[in-house]
Structure formats: structure tokens, C-alpha cells
Design a protein around this ligand. Structure first.
Ligand code: HAM
Length: 420
């Protein structure tokens, strides 16, 4: 047997119904906030992620599916979608439209991580990006939309962890303070931590090294918020006051840096009970230099991505049960091959009237046909045979009660429409 590749998985019915429901709620909410869908390729130039996500990040350093294609180009299965959106924005000169772009995407991403519950090598994200506006009100509205979406899925009691990582110009002071602070703790650092401290010290705040955990919680650890410029501080303060006014629950998290290099100012994450402490439900933030770093005009940006696999994992049982419920429909059982033509015609009439029909084309009599109807969870079965055809009737069986009645063929569509 050939199995699926490690870290990837099949989504089967009825689970796919739950995914589809989540995605249709997402599309509804995005539309209500003026977002349009963007679909970017799964395959991108490797250089795109090196330049945007950052060489020193775990994602680029050790998690990418990178290979050389037959034309000798280095390509990568996208580990995230923000870089692709920014690339498309530059490539198609979207800035020329002179308006903000509000874009969403739903699709697979790939990271070579150690698979475990909630962590896959192929996973899906539902994400949104706003390109153009740089003001804190945009940050606030993005979070308002996010909580609107989560609320419609039945989540209550979630709060967002929030920090500001400042701008490139503001970071050197903070980095210096961090390096000085860690210099007395060299013996606690593992190889990865040392590389981080050397290449991008902010990343050390993300370290999963258990020896560091206690130190990372130390109150004397330098905080980025203490190194912000006046503008960045104001941005942060305005965001907080708008979140207060909108009733969005947040927690300030001075150590939150996120695992991607493109962020400026606002960064945020939402964790949910049941996912494990290291597994965020979603993450996002502002990236005001990403577009220009990729060769585009100076354009601010902010967005988030939700891990859809994790989201579906922690949905309430009620939402899940409702979404997974089968469409109530009819199984149509022609009793003999000679009834197939009539059955196809009746199925057509029913479907035009909006009734879901599962036609059992290979039925050998009523018994096996009814079994199929029961196993697929249909509400009713319709039996069509020579005798009924001669009498101009159809037999309707209510599967739950096993009762049956004979209806005139001419009234069956109306009768079923009324009952479903
Ligand atoms: P990220 O934090 O790397 O951010 O990923 C966002 C979410 O994707 C995570 O919170 C998690 O739920 C999910 N995720 C990540 N890796 C895995 C995995 N191996 N298995 C399952 N789920 C996973 C980004 O990707 C940014 N592009 C978000 C963003 C958009 N920032 C601004 N705009």
C-alpha cells in the first residue's frame, strides 16, 4: 500500500463538510469587510521567502520544501502566503490603483516540521492582508474582523496577545540591550540560540530551548516597547484605545516577536485551549517594509493567517455537528434496469425543484437499494418499479420510521419538497 506522505493527510467526508462550512463563514465575513480573494501559486522562487520571511528564521533555515526544478531554478512550496501576496502586489503594480487592497486567501502551505497534533507538513491557512494604509485604525479593524469571524464560529473567551516590534530604525538599541543581557547567559544557549543571537537576536525570544524558558520570563529582560520611537509608541497606544473601544480582549505580551522577519510595529497571536502552549491558532502583524523590500513602491501592510487545521480541531462540538450533518435528501431506487430511464427523468425533476437525489443506478431490487439509502443517511427512499409505472405511482419510504405510502407520480415532487 502506498500511504500519504509523512505530515500530510486526507480530509474525508463528513470532515470536509466542516471545513467547507468554516470556509464559507470566512468568505461571508471577508465580504462584509470589503475583502476580495487572491490566489497565488503554491510554488514560488526560493529567493522570495529568503528575502521576506528572512534567512535566519526557522522557516527559511530548516523548514522549507525547496528543490531545483528541471530548468535549474530553485523553487519552494510556499511556507506562508504573505510573501506571495506582496510579490503579486508588486508584480501587477496594484499600487497604481491608488486605493487600499484588502485581500484574503484560503489554501495549503508547506513546512518541514516535526509532525504532531496540530502540526503538519502540509497545512492550510485562512488569511487576510491589507496593503496601503499604515494607520493604527487599520490594525484595529483587522482584529475586529478576526474576532467577528471567530465569534461566528462559536468561539468565546479568546483574547489576542499583542506587542509592537517597532521599526528597523528602532531595533538596534533593543538588540544591543538584548545581546548585553544574554552575554552573561552564554552557557544556557544552545547552538540554535547562538546562531539567533548572532544573526537576528530578536529570534532568541522565540527560542524553544527549555533551559531558557525561565529566563525568557524574567522581568529584567529588555522589552521592545521601551525602545519605540514616538510615532511607534503612538501607533501602539492608538491601537490599544481602539481595541478597548471595540471590546476586543487583548493581553500585552512584550516578548512576542513572531517567527518571521518582515514585521514592523504591531504583532499579534491568538492561542486557544486544547492546542498546546507552543501552537498558536493564528498569527499576524504589520509589515510596512515588505513591499518595498521586494522592489515595490513604499506600501504599508498588515494581515494575519489562521491555521485552518488547528481551527477545525478546536471548533465546538455543536458547530461541528451542525456542519457535518448530511444534506437531507432522497435515495431513488429503480427496481429494474427497465426503470432507469424513468428514474433519471424523475431525479431531474426533483433536482430542478431543489431536492437532493442520490440515484442508485446499480440496484438489484428494493432490498439493496434501501440499504444504500440507510447507510448514506437519506431521509427518504423512492422506489420505482414496473408495477408503479403501470399505476402511475411511486412508493415513498420514510427511512426513520420505515413506514411507506404510494403517491401519484405527478405529485411526488411537491410532496417531497414540502417534507424536506
Ligand atoms: P505563522 O505564525 O507562521 O504566520 O502562521 C500562521 C498560523 O498558521 C499559525 O498560527 C498556525 O495556526 C498555522 N501553522 C503554522 N505552521 C503550521 C503547521 N506546521 N501545521 C499546522 N498549522 C500551522 C504566517 O504564516 C504569516 N504569513 C501570518 C501573517 C499574515 N502575517 C501577516 N499577514
Amino acid at each position: 500500500m502506498i500511504g500519504s506522505v509523512k505530515g500530510t493527510r486526507d480530509l474525508l467526508p463528513p470532515e470536509t463538510r466542516v471545513w467547507n462550512r468554516v470556509e464559507s463563514v470566512a468568505r461571508e465575513v471577508f465580504a462584509l469587510y470589503g475583502y476580495d480573494e487572491i490566489r497565488t501559486p503554491v510554488l514560488e522562487s526560493t529567493e522570495l521567502f529568503v528575502r521576506s520571511v528572512g534567512e535566519a528564521t526557522d522557516i527559511v533555515h530548516k523548514e522549507m520544501y525547496t528543490f531545483t526544478d528541471r530548468g535549474d531554478r530553485s523553487v519552494t512550496l510556499r511556507p506562508e502566503n504573505t510573501a506571495g501576496v506582496a510579490r503579486a502586489y508588486v508584480e501587477h503594480s496594484l499600487a497604481q490603483a491608488g486605493r487600499p487592497w484588502k485581500l484574503f486567501y484560503i489554501g495549503p502551505q508547506f513546512r518541514y516540521e516535526r509532525p504532531q497534533k496540530g502540526r503538519y507538513r502540509e497545512f492550510r491557512q485562512i488569511g487576510a492582508e491589507v496593503l496601503g494604509p499604515a494607520d493604527a485604525a487599520t490594525d484595529a479593524e483587522v482584529l475586529v474582523m478576526l474576532f467577528d469571524f471567530l465569534g461566528r464560529l462559536g468561539f468565546t473567551g479568546l483574547s489576542v496577545s499583542l506587542n509592537s516590534v517597532g521599526t528597523e530604525e528602532e531595533r538596534p538599541g533593543f538588540i544591543q540591550a538584548l545581546r548585553a543581557w544574554f552575554s552573561s547567559k552564554e552557557n544556557l544557549l544552545d547552538e540554535d540560540d547562538r546562531r539567533r543571537l548572532d544573526q537576528n537576536p530578536l529570534r532568541i525570544l522565540d527560542s524553544k530551548n527549555p533551559k531558557l524558558a525561565e529566563w525568557l520570563a524574567d522581568p529584567s529582560l529588555p522589552r521592545m516597547v521601551d525602545h519605540l520611537s514616538k510615532e511607534s509608541s503612538e501607533h501602539h497606544a492608538t491601537l490599544l484605545s481602539l481595541l478597548d473601544a471595540s471590546g476586543i480582549p487583548y493581553r500585552l505580551e512584550p516578548r512576542l516577536v513572531r517567527g518571521l522577519d518582515y514585521y514592523t510595529r504591531t504583532v499579534f497571536e491568538v492561542t486557544a485551549a486544547g492546542l498546546g502552549a507552543q501552537n498558536a491558532l493564528l498569527g499576524g502583524g504589520r509589515y510596512d517594509k515588505l513591499v518595498s523590500d521586494l522592489g515595490g513602491p513604499k506600501t504599508a501592510g498588515i494581515g494575519f493567517a489562521i491555521g485552518e487545521d488547528r481551527l477545525v480541531d478546536v471548533l465546538s462540538g455543536e458547530f461541528r455537528a451542525q456542519a457535518a450533518a448530511a444534506v437531507r435528501g432522497v435515495t431513488l431506487v429503480p427496481l429494474d434496469r427497465s426503470d432507469l430511464g424513468d428514474a433519471l427523468a424523475l431525479a431531474g425533476e426533483l433536482r430542478r425543484a431543489g431536492v437532493a437525489v442520490d440515484l442508485v443506478t446499480a440496484s438489484k431490487g428494493p432490498g439493496p437499494g434501501l440499504k444504500v439509502a440507510e447507510r448514506t443517511g437519506a431521509a427518504f427512499a423512492l422506489l420505482l418499479g414496473e408495477k408503479e409505472r403501470a399505476a402511475g405511482t411511486v412508493v415513498l419510504k420514510v427511512l426513520e420510521t420505515r413506514s411507506q405510502e404510494e403517491l401519484p407520480r405527478s405529485s411526488v415532487v411537491e410532496a417531497l419538497r414540502a417534507r424536506l
